[in-house]
Design a protein around this ligand. Sequence first.
Ligand SMILES: [Zn+2]
Length: 261
Amino acid sequence: MPTQPDIAPPPLLDLDEPPPYGVLNPDGASDVLLLCEHALPRIPRRLAHLGLPKSERMRHIGWDIGALALARDLSARLDAALFHTGYSRLVVDCNRPLDNPSLMPEISETTAIPGNRGLAATDRAERLETLFHPFQSAVSRRLDLRSAAGKPTFVVGVHSYTPVYKGLPRPWHAGIFYAGATEFAGRLIGALAQESGLVIGDNEPYRIDHDDYTVPVHGDARGLPALLIEVRHDLISTAQGVADWAERLERCLRLSMGAQT
Ligand SMILES: [Zn+2]
């Protein structure tokens, strides 16, 4: 009697679930290439919400509140390509290197993530193959194409952050985070500082280092100016707030890139 073939386990994403990442305006004319690595709080159905209640999944540990709306608006205003993730940073964080403990965090801020506890190597590999690598490869391919076409690129990650972290209030309205791109970042910080009433962080409240992926890999390693913009999420939690910040960041980014853009 013939043996039954092994039944393959179900894939991480069902066929009716959204794709691992999204792309808007890939052939946009702008020299800016926008990334949004913490765009959405969605969790693959098979992972059963990672064992978290909705109140935890929807707060800032699950995604950057308002960041995708801001990135979309900026993409339209600048005519810039935008690559964004499709699933929560709690499933796999697309702005972390592969050896980083917070790539698939067992604890985020002060919340234990039951569905990430003691993950098997096969589970980790599946999340990387399904979600992390497709996003990074899409960005890399686009950067390769732009480079081959002789097109300059400024890599800009769009993020938001919580006004209060582990009980401590943060005074900045927005922060610019960078490592190698000191000139580009300096011009952008200078432009934002001209806006009335704003407190802008310069690599505060943390620094870009080996715990990041976008800036070191997609930017600095390629010799491209790269930075992250983080806006305090209570400032972009309404449509008006998003529009105000998109208009401001468009103006300041154009100033920072030089007159030709
Ligand atoms: Zn973020």
